[in-house]
Design a protein around this ligand. Structure first.
Ligand code: NBX
Length: 795
């Protein structure tokens, strides 16, 4: 380690000299990477020794995705070395930002759920809490998105390269996971036991990534499993060559769906690999008797993807540790807790019984017994047939994973107040009545160390100059900015930072996508996965509306705006892909129209990922959070944008509701129907978009323009829009909300007219955003669910 810039330079130059004294960027990257790892290793070892010496309760966050983003720069920030390293390298004629760009981003997640897991890891270590992650080491992360003729194409991405792997293979800690086989009853001295005969074994090899907490104090572990061919004997009844091929595939790639459950066997194999390998790892040589698991271990399952941890823990306790059912169930249901991230029915996991029965026969028997015993107890309580059906884990040949997850855990949470209420009052009403103290809310958060300090160092510095540095450790102190919200000199400084971040984004876009953007225009940013409920369609239809107004009303000449879009669609989600094509098509029409382009510009950022988000978010002035009320469980991009001073145009959905509550509706642009109204329409099936089209000439014209292909010069097939908006009755209420949305946009233009007022509103948003730090979320989980104690300081 070093204590000054000069010392860093000396170390660095010595190292690089070892590498044949080349000063190329690649060499610099490699050198810095190794140095950083050595600094981390020391404290990582010390943290691990502490955990061994003084075993306190540990949390394990089981997640099928960890969308960690690039790690080099973030580790330097958390180690408090970033500035020194940057300045040192500057003096050596090297740019740290250019070195950082050589790191491939590990795309081990789809969107919010995976990114949340990464923010949580950062907060756990930063709060010095003993919490670790278990996940999968996919060879290929989420696909790379390119546009060809405006269409999304998907290229596989391999983040695992030969050198500079962020993780370390722990081959001695490999475990074996059993698939298929036959369940046999074995009568022994200790009674009847069940074993799995002739299974197909798969070796799971762990790779460890250090999770560096703030100030480099606590360094926790993210352990990712990779599937490999086992050396154990292979059942004679199966084809060996097929097996090797199949095994190699288990952790080959991440499933690219963020809201559709496809029920594929490979996905089930992934889920079981994660659960079985992680539990075997945890219970390998425990320093406590298995009866005391709940006092020593908490397991949080991130959605139902790792819900097989419930029957797997039961299997280990009963079959391997000879515990009785009741005792095993008591231990399991005091160890596991579950977070729900969606109420969309199509995203709820349901596994075909036959699939689980053949792939995981013992696990199937356990799930069946859990279901049977639960139903029995319900019958004894005199529940009605209807309630019994809703509460059953197995129904009509499928296993409802959400029900299994609720029944098998001691706490269940939603991710924003509105979402949790909907879970309790509607989606999981019967379950909530059955287990009245199980359900609770934990509103999501984001780590300010990545989304403010790392992504926006200029704004962070300004904040520190203004209110001192205590907000870094205690982000709720951002509220001290309130007293500066009307301070002209502070507001001017804020404006200067925003301008700089806009210019930095422009530089990147020009360099990487050859796009030229006007820095004086309003930066209106809509970045997230593409989905019907997220309503990118409403945004682009509104742009079409503006286009028509500019063309046909010579008095309508609005202030220039750049509408940024970024996001990927699941490869099989045709509707979402057609919206992407539509945006690209309208973009080229708008951007090439000599009149309109003076007022509107559309930029679709290709391959939106964590790294792109780090450029886009600090530059944003308007944050589009326009989901159909009730559909977005929480949203987390909304919080990142708010923290960077963007003003939200948004519906009363997910965590938007709490953001508006914090900042005041007068400092946001709130529009659209409320969740109750939407749910009422859905219940009554009473919404008819046809009536809107017939009664509204402006919308009718837009629909005609699209249907005839006139607006898009025949370049898109508009059937899908007509189909969605008319035949499917506009399931996301786009036409119902679009006027209210347009009005909110008008208000944005008015507000932007007064730059000081706009800056004041921005500052109020930043000031109110501290509560959305994931440090707050994690502290609440720890207090209410996991009951962790802080790791003693090792400094
Ligand atoms: O989880 C998201 C929700 O849609 C957001 O509202 C929420 O803020 C976020 C964190 O709580 N869900 C999400 O990202 N889901 C997935 O990515 C997903 C991935 C695989 C899968 C289903 C969903 N099979």
């Amino acid at each position: 380690m070093f204590s000054s810039k000069e010392e860093f330079k000396k170390f660095f130059m010595n190292r690089i000299a070892d590498k044949r004294s080349q000063k190329s960027l690649e060499m610099a990257f490699e050198t810095l990477w190794e140095m950083t790892h050595e600094w981390i290793q020391e404290n990582w070892n010390r943290t691990n020794q502490l955990y061994e010496k003084e075993p306190e309760k540990q949390l394990y966050y089981f997640s099928i995705e960890f969308l960690i983003g690039r790690v080099l720069g973030q580790n330097l920030v958390n180690l408090n070395f970033y500035d020194v390293v940057k300045e040192g390298l500057d003096e050596l004629g090297l740019k740290l930002s250019e070195i950082e760009e050589l790191e491939d981003e590990p795309g081990l997640g789809n969107g919010g759920l995976g990114r949340l897991a990464a923010c949580f890891m950062d907060s756990l270590a930063s709060l010095a809490l003993p919490g670790h992650g278990y996940g999968l080491r996919y060879k290929g992360g989420l696909f790379t998105q390119h546009f060809v003729n405006g269409n999304q194409t998907e290229q596989p991405t391999k983040w695992i390269k030969e050198k500079n792997n962020a993780d370390a293979r722990q081959k001695d800690l490999a475990v074996e996971v059993a698939y298929y086989g036959d369940v046999q009853l074995v009568v022994g001295t200790a009674g009847v036991k069940r074993t799995i005969e002739n299974p197909v074994w798969v070796k799971a090899v762990p790779y460890d990534l250090p999770i560096v907490g703030a100030n480099g104090g606590t360094i926790n572990t993210l352990r990712l499993w990779q599937a490999e061919v086992s050396e154990r004997p292979f059942p004679s009844t199966k084809d060996h060559t097929v097996y090797e091929h199949e095994t190699a595939k288990i952790t080959d790639r991440l499933y690219p769906d963020d809201s559709l459950e496809s029920g594929k066997i490979l996905r089930l194999k992934q889920q079981y690999l994660l659960c079985s390998a992680s539990l075997q790892d945890l219970l390998r040589n425990p320093s406590f008797p298995v009866e005391e698991i709940p006092e020593n271990i908490a397991i949080q399952i991130n959605d139902t993807h790792p819900a097989l941890a419930i029957p797997e823990l039961m299997r280990i306790l009963i079959d391997d540790h000879s515990l009785g059912w009741e005792q095993a169930w008591d231990i399991t249901t005091r160890t596991i807790s579950y977070t729900n991230h969606t109420i969309l029915t199509e995203a709820m996991e349901k596994w075909d019984c036959h699939l689980i029965q053949s792939l995981l026969p013992r696990i199937y028997l356990i799930i069946e017994e859990i279901d049977l015993r639960f139903k029995e107890s319900l019958q004894n309580q005199g529940k009605t047939v209807d309630v019994l059906r809703k509460l059953s884990i197995i129904e009509e040949g499928v296993i409802k994973m959400a029900v299994l997850a609720v029944v098998g855990s001691y706490k269940v949470n939603g991710v924003a107040k509105l979402h949790t209420n909907i879970l309790k009052k509607r989606e999981m009403k019967e379950l909530n009545e059955q287990f009245p103290n199980k359900f609770h809310n934990k509103t999501n958060g984001i780590t300010h160390r990545r989304w403010l300090i790392k992504a926006n160092p200029e704004l962070s510095e300004l904040i520190t100059e203004t209110i001192g540095a205590r907000w870094v450790k205690e982000p709720e102190r951002l509220d001290e900015l309130h007293s500066f919200a009307q301070n002209p000199s502070f507001l001017q400084d804020f404006q200067a930072v925003k301008k700089l971040k806009k210019e930095q984004l422009i530089y990147h876009l020009q360099r990487d996508q050859n796009i030229v953007v006007d820095s004086a225009s309003i930066f209106d940013i809509h970045i997230k996965r593409f989905h019907g409920y997220k309503r990118q369609l409403m945004n682009i239809l509104h742009i079409q509306m503006l286009y028509n107004r500019i063309k046909h009303d010579s008095t309508y000449r609005p202030y220039p705006r750049t509408f940024f879009f970024g996001g990927k669609a699941a490869p099989t989600y045709h509707f979402a892909k057609q919206v992407i094509k539509m945006i690209n098509t309208i973009a080229s029409k708008v951007n090439n129209d000599p009149l309109v382009r003076e007022h509107l510009h559309i930029v679709f950022v290709e391959n939106y990922n964590v790294t792109q988000a780090e450029y886009l978010i600090p530059a944003a002035e308007v944050s589009e959070q326009i989901s159909t009320a009730s559909k977005e469980a929480s949203g987390t991009g909304n919080m990142k944008l708010m923290m960077n001073g963007a003003l939200t145009i948004g519906t009363f959905d997910g965590a938007n509701v709490e953001m508006f509550e914090q900042v005041g509706e007068e400092n946001a642009f709130v529009f659209g129907m409320r969740a109750e109204e939407i749910m009422q329409y859905e219940k009554e099936k009473s919404y008819n978009p046809k009536e809107i089209i017939e009664g509204d000439p402006e919308i009718a014209k837009m629909m005609r323009q699209l249907a005839t292909g006139k607006f898009t010069d025949g370049k898109i097939n508009a059937d899908f829009i007509v189909e969605q908006l008319l035949e499917d009755k506009d399931p996301y209420f786009v036409l119902k909300d679009i006027h209210s949305y347009a009005k909110a946009h008008e208000k944005i233009l008015k507000a932007y007219d007064n730059p000081m007022k706009w800056a004041e509103m921005s500052v109020k948003n930043m000031a109110a955003s501290g509560i959305f730090s994931s440090d707050r979320t994690i502290q609440q989980y720890s207090d209410d669910v996991w009951h962790l104690s802080k790791v003693p300081s090792i400094h």
